[in-house]
Ligand binder design. Structure first.
Ligand SMILES: N[C@@H](CCC(=O)N[C@@H](CS)C(=O)NCC(=O)O)C(=O)O
Length: 231
């Protein structure tokens, strides 16, 4: 068995699952370090040295003495290091980057705000909810159209771009959208859901966190962060 060189700082959220999907798909040896963000562990000093943004996920590559936060950067680093789930051909490589950045700059923040205003905020703000639900629908429409061209978002092979998008689409039941309106997304979703590495990743998550991330107690930690704490 290969010794693990990747320390993986994880919690069971969409951004946390992104690197876990790749670690499992590419059989990269890793050691998981749960960071319970509902309990405020993202603010522990040791973790803040690795992730000064106080958010999961983060990694430390002990072999190369590299530490990284931001899920997109982690996916790209691990894929390139292991030459896995990112093509070497220039054109195909650029397409993976395009959809990876689309996820990081669009799907992540928009679906996240949709969840915030639709599920977590103590106050209902119709304008904000409507804006983020509409934008979620627009992004799913873009994804649906792109999937008319190929089985995977960036071409003929499953890539880190698909792994970046999937954990956020998995949140569809609480995003006020129905995948039946996006039939190609629904098929793509099932293809990923059924992959053995995906099943393993979410099984691992279940052993790490058995309670929902947002509870009455965690609300204060996660949603009322002041300006002195990066939020
Ligand atoms: N852009 C970052 C976002 C990371 C992020 O928002 N992480 C959330 C969990 S999904 C977190 O750690 N939240 C803790 C907090 O806000 O205190 C990435 O993609 O890694």
């Amino acid at each position: 068995m290969k010794a693990s060189v990747i320390d993986f700082y994880f919690w069971t959220t969409p951004n946390g699952y992104k690197p876990l999907l790749l670690l499992e798909e590419a059989a990269i040896p890793y050691e998981i370090h749960p960071v319970n963000i509902s309990a405020g562990e993202q603010f522990d000093q040791d973790f803040a040295q690795i992730s000064p943004n106080n958010k999961i996920p983060a990694i430390v590559d002990r072999e190369r003495n590299v530490q990284l936060f931001e899920s997109g950067a982690i996916l790209l680093y691990l894929a390139e290091k292991n030459r896995a789930f990112i093509p070497s051909c220039e054109k195909a490589h650029a397409r993976v980057l395009q959809w990876l950045f689309w996820q990081v700059g669009g799907v992540g923040p928009i679906f996240g705000q949709n969840l915030h205003f639709g599920e977590y905020a103590s106050e209902r703000i119709a304008y904000a909810s409507e804006r983020f639900v509409n934008e979620t629908r627009r992004l799913l429409t873009v994804l649906d159209s792109a999937l008319a061209e190929s089985d995977w978002i960036a071409g003929s092979d499953y890539s880190i771009a698909d792994m970046a998008i999937y954990p956020w689409v998995l949140k569809h039941p609480v995003l006020q959208v129905s995948l039946s309106d996006f039939p190609r997304v629904a098929e793509w979703f099932t293809r990923i859901e059924e992959r053995p590495a995906t099943l393993r990743a979410y099984d691992i998550g279940k052993t790490i966190n058995t309670t929902p991330t947002i509870t009455a107690e965690s609300r204060a930690v996660l949603l009322n962060q002041g300006a002195t704490r990066a939020g």
